[in-house]
Design a binder for this molecule. Sequence first.
Ligand code: FMN
Length: 182
Amino acid sequence: MRRLLVVIASTRPGRVGPAVGDWVVTRVHEHGGFELDIADLAQLQLPFLDEPAHPRLRTYSNQHTRLWSEQVERADAVIFVMPEYNHSFTAPLKNALDFLFHEWNDKRVGLVSYGGLAGGTRAVVAVQPVLANLGMRGVHSNVEIAWVAEHVTDGVFTATERHERALAAQLDELAVGQGQHG
Ligand SMILES: Cc1cc2nc3c(=O)[nH]c(=O)nc-3n(C[C@H](O)[C@H](O)[C@H](O)COP(=O)(O)O)c2cc1C
């Protein structure tokens, strides 16, 4: 069974990230093809990158880096649940990505983006070169959620049929390890 890491990429109080993340996690359980692990960046509380050596050297001097490294290393595939902030992805996500290098290599990655009119698509476009540089392999079926606040009531995200279809397709791609780069 493949091990899937779901990363919640927003950290602010009152965020909708956990609501969208709960939906993803529920569907991952229902899919049945994964062992699930979750990294909520608000709980992970990584500082701004504080390693003296380049991550490619993998000579980590901090315990928080070693723990993050082990958590990412264990995963076969990753889903980033990520909002759009100022036409890009979040600073905590960039920081969490920058901490490591080899651990991300060759991992399949699915994106569940959300925001206003554009459904987080500008965040998706911005994160793709970063993921490519880390050697991650994307899937065809990214999930884009427009006007996310309209789908969240009392902390619960209610997906549309379109969202459901996209996530189901994404999980199928991640489960068999097929990505757009082979
Ligand atoms: C700092 C900030 C910048 C934002 N910039 C954008 C943006 O450029 N495009 C967009 O569609 N939504 C933007 N939004 C709206 C967010 O996508 C929306 O508030 C979403 O709920 C944020 O995710 P979060 O609740 O998990 O933090 C922004 C929100 C914040 C807090």
